[in-house]
Design a protein around this ligand. Sequence first.
Ligand SMILES: Cc1ncc(COP(=O)(O)O)c(C=O)c1O
Length: 413
Amino acid sequence: MENRSERRQIPDRRGEFPSLLRSHNGYPLAYLDGPAGTQVPQSVIDAIARYYTMCNANTHGRFPSGEESDRLLDEARDLAAEFLGAPGAQCISFGANMTTLSYALARAFGRLLQEGDEILVTQLDHEANRGPWLGLREKGILVEEIGIRDDATLDYDDFSRKVNSRTRLVAMGLASNAFGTVNDVSFARTVTHRAGAWLLVDAVHYAPHFPVDAVAMGVDMLLCSAYKFYGPHVGILYAREGMLDLLETDRLRTQDQRAPHRIETGTQNHAAIAGVKAAIEFIASFGRGADRRSRILGGMDVIGVHEDRLARLLYDALGEIDGVTVRGPSFDAPRRAPTVSFTVDGMRPQEVCTLLGRKGICAWDGDFYAVRPMEILGLHDRGGVTRVGISLYNSEEEIARLLEELKLMVRGR
Ligand SMILES: Cc1ncc(COP(=O)(O)O)c(C=O)c1O
């Protein structure tokens, strides 16, 4: 396999994102807020508009728009399966967003599990992969937390200690949306499956930055959200074959009772699902190869190299600004997402982001719903952190602008 860093540079496709043309106070907008949702290319916008123009219909209509709509939804499911490395469309369900799917799964697990059974969540995760499981405590299910270390990495010793013969499910993130930590999924799978439990992973922050191979990862369920990878607001669930059929999901007797439809209630957001297909095609258009999976993997590789380069630049430069403290793992970690969070001495993150916003730099402050690690790391009462996320359309020039503004800010404290 070719070395990632030897690959060609990412082609400049910024012109395909209409929102990048916006400016504010005379400054072009620099969208460094990708972890909260990326910008959308024209091809995705067109696919959504085309759906409403050409094939707007409910499912199973015996007329052209109905048949075309069904075909499009099938194609989107096939493509999502290829994006996630699933064996086929039967493993892919759509939902309103990741959180809604997560709650739907938790309700179903609540019917399957018994009092005294255990679920493990982590202290690093977004609340969407904690709250639904913590809610099962009401049913007598024990929900324990895997701890974190000071650098916002999982405490794997604690992980090993807490998995036991009563553990039925481990719900873990693949990457932290707050600190960029990438968790060790092969460790998690080994320990979880050895105990006879299921492994569910939240790939919402992982899927935009790294290729996903759900089968190779050996996970039982994986969740992600298309609006984090250049698509619209749609949640996607991968459940390995047979998994969803074990679960008593909420469903009407009138709907298809089998996977993958078993968890899809009501009419889906068809136009947005057409946009999911276009978003994956957009990613694949960065890659080369004879088949779509190779182009998706190639595209993710090109995107990953670009993001990693900019994130390292940013990380190193932030470390040199007096009064700025970078939070989370270093780039020496085996893998790290291009999401860099930091605090500025004497300034709350809200103030930092407001000042950046005036200069057209979009960065987020707060906990980003990853409230538990902020509490554990003592950042919660300080307003959390400032988070900068790199996406494929970000440039070195935008990073330079951000650094310049931060230096001025620090000087003016
Ligand atoms: C890591 C992570 N998990 C879950 C979610 C929730 O996703 P959704 O907005 O699709 O419910 C987010 C959203 O920011 C996230 O970053």
